[in-house]
Design a protein around this ligand. Structure first.
Ligand code: MIC
Ligand code: SF4
Length: 633
């Protein structure tokens, strides 16, 4: 009577009891990193000091920092390539594709566990793998053979009935789920898909859904491994890696929902949150300025072949700048082989590199006050690089229909031939370099690769000011922005910390330095979004000792612990309103902290006490007392 999730988790259980909310640890079969989180992860792996990775497979992808506007990104790539070769890690060269798309095509396997230093690692849940996003240090530790710690998630049954109608896409399914559960509705949960509608979805469509499950805050999302999984693996010439994994008839779930695909219509997420969902029809006719197609959510062959079929014979509207990036070299090759690339180029679509590109603010920032439609997964404030712009998230069908019309357009109003998947994909892994593990070969570190900053042991008493107070749903993009100006410093914490909270409070860095650190006060779901541990590392570097929030996003909470910053929860949420920036707070007796304890904090400025809880187990409390996981290891 097991769910798909329970079957895979139990086969990998190292410790703990698989009871909802209880701490467990699982063996990790595969890891992935990308360059923007990878440099830190590999510096951490080096400092843990193993000879070679202990996983079945580890892959280092380069897909984020690909603009080479100076030596920094290129330095990172050299370091990543040489360190991968040294430690037994496959290296996917820049241009080979976006980590999640390439991993799905070439490496992800049903029944395996995958830990990735990127929040969209759950993309591989589309093939029936338990794939979890984590901070780079957790991934480094997994490469060194450490089991991954998590609390046993609740399992949510998401039953799909019926079949998608023409013009309605897998993207609309996940937008529907986001409208039902919200950006914090998945915290502590695995979303497991089942029902007759599942069989109508190919693996790339399933992967769109599991990819954007990250926006629910979920631990991961997973589909069964069935005949459609076999079909996909066969197209990738990997059918020998197929194993069937389906939930038992009498499997028991913690929550249950049903979506009728026959009834679903095209949806879009309005600024600035992926759960701000409305129907496309309700927005039809609104002028737009930019359309961007691609990202790890929507860049499979089927997605882009659909774009080609719709755009064939049309021109992108004169008021619209339209760009597209393929998810991988394999996808780009397939579009070229089928001649669809010609239709795409002829329409006036700007072809971008097969990388994350504009999704992470690497170019294509919209104009002032522009309205941009994107097939991506995040439309957080400022992420596009233009603070005044509005970004809405849509399917490929809606994006291209709107790009042609110049206004938001419901794709169901168009006449086009639905795209067919290929019988077989061209497999050419020459851009994935096999490691030789030769310890004699030099690991190349350019001047942008700075040593890892380390935290000191937790002091028993801390008296400091509140440096910033922020509202609900603060993203890691708010804490540690990305984009073309900031990303090149991902291996240089001193430099990147200058940009910390820059769009929330431009004086944050200088104040934190002048005051020798302090505290952060936050609302619900603090740290939602990416896995970037820089959102913990930079505050740590600036002397932030604790974040007191109403609730935390999973990966960020783990990253705070890993770097020795206390993630405290208000016991009474009303206390949030009683604390202001510059208030002086005192934490005392911290070295006596016990697992799952409550602490009394004194607000010196306002003269009152308030309680915070630290719902952490013994191991986590020890890590906090030691000043982080690296010190503990
Ligand atoms: C993102 O989509 O926000 C990123 C960039 O891929 C991040 C990782 C990072 O910040 O490097 C993520 O999703 O984890
Ligand atoms: Fe890259 Fe965007 Fe996917 Fe993050 S969400 S991995 S930036 S494509």
């Amino acid at each position: 009577m097991n769910t798909v999730s329970e079957k895979i988790l139990s086969a990998h259980l190292v410790s703990g009891e698989m009871k909802k909310g209880q701490p467990i640890s699982i063996r990790i079969d595969q890891t992935l990193t990308q360059d923007a989180t990878g440099t830190m992860a590999y510096l951490q792996l080096e400092s843990i000091g193993v000879d070679k990775v202990k996983t079945e497979l580890s892959v280092s992808y380069v897909d984020h920092n690909t603009l080479q506007n100076g030596f920094e990104n290129a330095d990172d790539h050299k370091y990543l390539q040489t360190v991968a070769n040294r430690y037994g890690i496959y290296y996917s060269k820049v241009g080979n594709g976006i980590c999640h798309q390439v991993h799905l095509e070439r490496f992800a396997r049903p029944g395996k566990t995958l830990l990735g230093s990127d929040s969209h690692t759950p993309t591989a849940g589309g093939i029936g793998s338990i794939a979890i996003g984590a901070g780079g240090l957790d991934v480094a530790a997994a490469m060194a053979g450490r089991a991954f710690r998590l609390n046993m998630p609740a399992i949510v049954k998401m039953e799909l009935k019926g079949q998608l109608q023409k013009g309605v896409a897998a993207k609309d399914i996940i937008l529907k789920v986001l409208s039902m559960l919200s950006v914090k509705g998945g915290v502590g949960k695995i979303i497991e898909y089942c029902g007759e509608g599942v069989k109508t979805l190919s693996v790339p469509q399933r992967a769109t859904i599991t990819n954007m499950g990250a926006e629910l805050g979920a631990t991961t999302s997973v589909f069964p491994s069935d005949e459609r999984t076999y079909e996909f693996l066969k197209k990738q010439h990997r059918e020998d890696e197929f194993v069937e994994i389906i939930a038992d008839e009498d499997a028991v779930y913690d929550e249950e929902y049903v979506i009728d695909l026959n009834e679903l219509e095209p949806l879009m997420a309005l600024p600035h949150s992926p759960d701000n969902v409305v129907t496309v029809a309700s927005m039809a006719g609104r002028p737009i300025d930019q359309v961007l197609i691609g990202s790890c959510t929507n860049s499979s062959y089927l997605d882009l072949a659909t774009v080609a079929n719709i755009v064939k014979g049309h021109t992108i509207a004169s008021n619209v700048s339209c760009g597209m990036s393929c998810g991988s070299k394999q996808v780009l090759t397939a579009l070229s082989q089928t001649g669809k690339l010609t239709d795409i180029i002829q329409s006036g679509i700007r072809l971008l590199e097969s990388t994350c590109g504009p999704c992470i603010g690497m170019g294509q920032s919209p104009a002032t006050n522009a309205f941009s439609l994107r097939t991506f997964n995040r439309n957080f404030y400022g992420r596009s690089g233009t603070l005044s712009a509005s970004v809405a998230l849509v399917s490929c069908e809606t994006a291209i229909a709107s790009a042609i019309a110049g206004v938001i357009t419901d794709p169901r109003t168009l006449d086009y031939e639905p795209a067919q998947d290929l019988e077989s994909y061209l497999v050419d892994d020459r851009c994935i370099l096999k490691p030789d593990c030769d310890p004699q070969k030099e690991i190349v570190r350019g001047p942008n690769i700075k040593p890892l900053p380390k935290n000191t042991k937790l002091s028993d008493r801390i008296e400091k000011q509140v440096i910033i107070k922020v509202k609900d749903n603060i993203t890691t993009d708010d804490i540690m922005p990305a984009g073309a100006k900031v990303l090149p410093y991902r291996s240089n914490i001193e430099k990147i910390s200058e940009f910390c909270f820059m769009n929330q409070k431009s004086t944050f860095h200088d104040e934190a330095i002048a005051k020798n650190g302090g505290f952060i006060i936050a609302g619900q779901n603090y740290g939602q979004g990416s896995s970037r541990e820089h959102a913990a590392l930079a505050p740590m570097y600036l002397g932030i000792k604790a974040v007191i929030a109403k609730s935390f996003a999973r990966i960020h909470q783990a990253n705070l612990i890993n770097f020795g910053i206390l993630p405290c929860l208000f016991q009474d949420e009303n206390d949030y309103d009683r604390i202001e920036e510059e208030d002086v707070l005192v934490f005392d007796h911290l070295q006596e902290l016990l697992p799952n304890s409550t602490l009394t904090v004194y607000n010196v400025t306002k003269d009152f006490y308030f309680a915070v809880s630290l719902p952490y187990n013994e191991e986590q409390i020890t890590i906090l007392k030691n000043g982080g996981l690296l010190n503990s290891l």
